[in-house]
Design a protein around this ligand. Structure first.
Ligand SMILES: Cc1ncc(COP(=O)(O)O)c(C=O)c1O
Length: 460
């Protein structure tokens, strides 16, 4: 089927399924109307908004969640990658209950916080780490430490990558770029550097001069950045597996080439493991791909559902926080979050858990791949540990430019189709699924069945 016909068919499906979704979510609509009075778009974060309103949830248990209308879903959204432990895991609930009885917050370090720091250092092979409260803070502080350690300002980042919403990294980013109509505003003239203006209003344009944007999976582009800016680059930050354009693994040798380039040029290699850490392997990227960064940022899954972030790496970098690089926060190491994180990392997300996650992930990706093949759609499925997705382009993606060749219309039709069939998905085409330790083969089969029917409908 030609692409234009496919897009038209996807638009038809999306229209029909969206209407059905609106019909059966009256309680969400009414909560939205109430929420609009106190919060822009009626939500707590831009990423939680929906069109014309989001589906609001009321509870979760195991691999399932229920919306405020009482409809049950299997959760493949996974709280954007946080819920690898699933919902209301008894071990985590018990840990939180215990803390609730004994003091929720002190702003003084507790033994639980120390134990979680040890667990994080052990599994991700970090010499030292510090706590923060989100992925945004984790990358912000890692970048500050890299700048402090090198006495340099410039930062290299990958085109289209998302590292949170602090000012230093909001250049050439997918989500806000969409709102501002910047997704396709890239230089097509074959220039070496790929860049965009700030992808958020309110970011000082002056910071644009501190960010060098390069394509993912291209070590030569990073080498070139070092050659063009001798002794000026503090660090190279990247998601080792790029997960805001679907799921794009690093090419063999790429991470080692970046590590070597940073070593030769006195800069820090910074992994943003906010999504990778805790999902792609027990030991995150370092275990999966065998290349250590100088610094790394963590959040999401490492808190077992509670609010937490962390960053760490080599002690010679981390030591800068004791010598003038500001690193602090009232809630850092909060006992409630630390207890949830400790239970998650030491009792739930054990080494064995990753065998289960990997098995289910492969079953899901293979099922989707079969459905795509049977309907001969321009798409492919990809997975890594607990994460995976369908990207609507025949060939695998290597970087952001490849992502621009995907067909968003097909994703949007799939979103409302799946949610109407009890499969709760992430709302953007740049996102991916998250499987939890509480998911079963039956849950995965339900996803595959609903997706197979969608593919057949699209091709009919
Ligand atoms: C790769 C990556 N880095 C950083 C962040 C920011 O994390 P947070 O939303 O906890 O601030 C995100 C959030 O989605 C992310 O995906």
């Amino acid at each position: 089927m030609d692409v234009e016909r496919l897009k038209a068919r996807a638009d038809e499906i999306a229209e029909r399924e969206s209407a059905r979704l609106l019909e059966r979510t009256a309680a969400s609509k009414s909560l939205f109307e109430r929420a609009m009075r106190s919060m822009p778009n009626g939500v707590a974060s831009n990423f939680q908004a929906g069109h014309p309103y989001p589906v609001y949830l009321s509870k979760g248990q195991g691999s399932k969640m229920w919306d405020v209308d009482g409809t049950e879903y299997i959760d493949f959204h996974g709280g954007f990658g946080v819920n690898v432990v699933g919902h209301a895991h008894p071990k985590i609930v018990e840990a939180i209950r215990k803390v609730a009885d004994q003091g929720i917050h002190f702003a003084v370090t507790t033994e639980t916080t120390v134990a979680l720091a040890e667990a994080i250092c052990e599994r991700f092979q970090l010499e030292q780490m510090r706590f923060v409260n989100s992925g945004t803070e984790a990358t912000m502080d890692a970048i500050r430490v890299a700048r402090a350690a090198t006495g340099r300002d410039l930062l290299v980042k990958m085109e289209g990558s998302y590292h949170g919403h602090h000012d230093s990294v909001l250049f050439s980013v997918v989500p806000e770029a969409d709102v501002l109509g910047l997704r396709h505003n890239v230089d097509q003239q074959g220039r070496t550097w790929y860049t965009t203006e700030p992808t958020s209003k309110g970011v000082p344009r002056a910071l644009w001069d501190t960010v060098i944007v390069v394509p993912f999976n291209d070590a030569n582009a990073v080498e070139q950045a070092f050659a063009d800016n001798p002794d000026r680059i503090a660090g190279v930050i990247l998601e080792p597996v790029m997960m805001n354009i679907g799921l794009v693994p690093p090419k063999p040798g790429y991470l080692q080439a970046l590590r070597d380039a940073c070593e030769r040029n006195g800069a820090a290699l910074i992994y943003d493991e906010v999504k990778c850490g805790g999902t792609i392997a027990y030991g995150g990227t370092t275990e999966r791909f065998g290349v250590r960064p100088h610094l790394a940022a963590y959040a999401k899954a490492v808190g077992g559902g509670a609010t937490i972030g962390a960053f760490g790496g080599e002690a010679r970098f981390m030591d800068l926080v004791t010598r003038g690089a500001a690193q602090q926060g009232t809630f850092n190491g909060n006992p409630l979050s630390a207890a949830a994180g400790l239970a998650a990392l030491t009792e739930v997300l054990t080494k064995d858990a990753y065998d289960h996650l990997g098995k289910l992930g492969t079953m899901l990706a293979e099922g989707c791949e079969r459905a795509i093949g049977e309907s001969d759609l321009p798409a492919h499925a990809v997975d890594l540990g607990a994460k995976g997705c369908v990207s609507y382009r025949k060939e695998p993606l290597e970087n952001y430019r490849d992502f621009l060749e995907t067909i968003p219309e097909l994703f949007y039709a799939s979103f409302s189709w799946m949610i109407n069939r009890g499969i709760f998905m992430t709302p953007g085409d740049e996102e991916q699924w998250t499987i939890s330790v509480q998911h079963t083969e039956e849950d995965v089969q339900r996803y595959v069945d609903a997706f197979s029917e969608f593919c057949a409908e699209l091709a009919s």
